[in-house]
Design a protein around this ligand. Structure first.
Ligand SMILES: NC(=O)c1ccc[n+]([C@@H]2O[C@H](COP(=O)([O-])OP(=O)(O)OC[C@H]3O[C@@H](n4cnc5c(N)ncnc54)[C@H](OP(=O)(O)O)[C@@H]3O)[C@@H](O)[C@H]2O)c1
Length: 337
């Protein structure tokens, strides 16, 4: 069995090593999953580069996101049977309710993740996948999908006709766009690359602004929409002030990116916020129950994720390189086989 391990955190892609290892057997309440595909999230590059806030376990198997088939079950397993199609839950021990310090363990960080031909999971750490998704599609929901879902449904769900603002073309932003359309909302999308505007419109965005051409896009959006109701803020320091300007008086901003990759933090423009009653909230991905609720909606609407590119398992390092350069449209997937 082949799997990657992160030999040394903070050492970049060179620390990713592929190893031949012995097959594992599921113990009580464990399932053995034949992983067919996995995908990358921004946190995976942060873990690689030593900038992620949670310290990873030394030598862990990277990546939270993956999809596969249960090939063996241990004694007492009740949630799954051999042949079931499953994906992992990001905060493996967070089943429901509010996040608390006892459930911070994450797949692909403090627990072994999915960049492996086989993954051994506790049966509580997984969720069943919708049938209509290919393995590559199914491997994209654990982090980016659930984060977007939580941003939209975690507090007050935006009403049909209200405006949701998405930032850029990464995994979270495109899932947020798709889920907002499912909820009957109107979507404004900003992108730093004008050439992506048509693809955002094709996904359902009602209004698209290229930030390079319109640096004061917050005001333009506010005028065009009457004020955005919910911002899924994935841009961080360069976009946050404009997101605040774009928001309606009682708007909400779900702040997902607090610092940029150089460690610069968001700044709240006091003169703007003084005139605003915007609520700034945060989410940490989501619980397993949230994951299951999202997958139920995905199944009902036969929603398919946007895949930027697919790399073979033996070229996983190239997938990281491609993802790291930043110009993506949707999810970067690694096909395990
Ligand atoms: N708190 C949480 O639970 C949580 C969970 C998941 C992710 N996150 C955070 O959410 C962010 C998004 O993650 P991700 O995995 O979806 O993708 P990502 O790889 O960080 O996003 C890539 C996209 O960001 C856009 N972008 C870059 N610079 C921009 C700028 N100056 N203005 C506007 N857009 C810009 C680009 O889109 P364009 O080319 O279209 O501009 C690019 O396609 C990350 O910062 C991540 O750490 C937080």
């Amino acid at each position: 069995m082949l799997r990657y391990r992160l030999e040394e955190q903070g050492n970049g892609i060179d620390a990713l090593a592929m190893r031949e290892e012995a097959m594992q057997r599921p113990g009580p309440h464990q399932i053995l999953v034949r992983v067919h595909a996995t995908s990358l999230n921004r946190r995976d590059t942060m873990i690689l580069n030593g900038t992620y806030p949670l310290t990873p376990r030394a030598g862990m198997v990277p990546l939270s996101d993956g999809a596969g088939e249960v090939v063996a079950i241990g004694e007492g397993v009740a949630r799954f049977a051999v042949g079931d199609r499953v994906t992992g839950s990001y905060f493996a021990r967070w089943v429901d309710g509010r996040m608390h310090p006892g459930v911070v363990d994450q797949l692909g960080c403090t627990l072994d993740g999915m960049l492996s031909e086989y993954a051994l999971l506790d049966e509580q750490w997984a969720a069943r996948l919708p049938d209509h998704l290919s393995w590559q599609e199914a491997a994209t929901f654990t982090c980016a999908g659930l984060t977007a879902w939580s941003a939209l449904t975690g507090a007050e769900i935006p009403k049909p006709g209200q405006w949701v603002l998405t930032i850029g073309s990464g995994g979270v932003a495109l899932f947020a766009l798709q889920f907002a359309k499912l909820a009957g909302c109107r979507v404004a999308a900003v992108t730093s690359r004008a050439e992506k505007a048509d693809r955002l419109r094709a996904l359902g965005a009602d209004l698209v602004i290229a930030t390079a051409e319109t640096p004061e896009w917050g005001l333009k959006l506010r005028e065009a929409t009457g004020g955005v109701d919910l911002v899924v803020e994935t841009g961080g320091p360069p976009t946050f002030p404009q997101s605040l300007i774009a928001s309606q008086l009682h708007g909400r901003i779900v702040l997902l990116t607090v610092q940029d990759q150089k460690g610069r933090s968001i700044e709240i423009p006091g003169a703007v916020y003084q005139r605003s009653l915007v609520t700034i909230g945060r989410v940490f991905v989501g619980s397993r129950n949230g994951l299951e609720a999202m997958l139920a909606a995905v199944a009902t609407h036969r929603l398919r994720p946007v895949i930027d590119s697919v790399f073979p398992f033996i070229e996983a390092r190239d997938a990281y390189r491609h993802f790291q350069q930043g110009d993506v449209f949707g999810k970067v997937v690694i096909d395990v086989a």
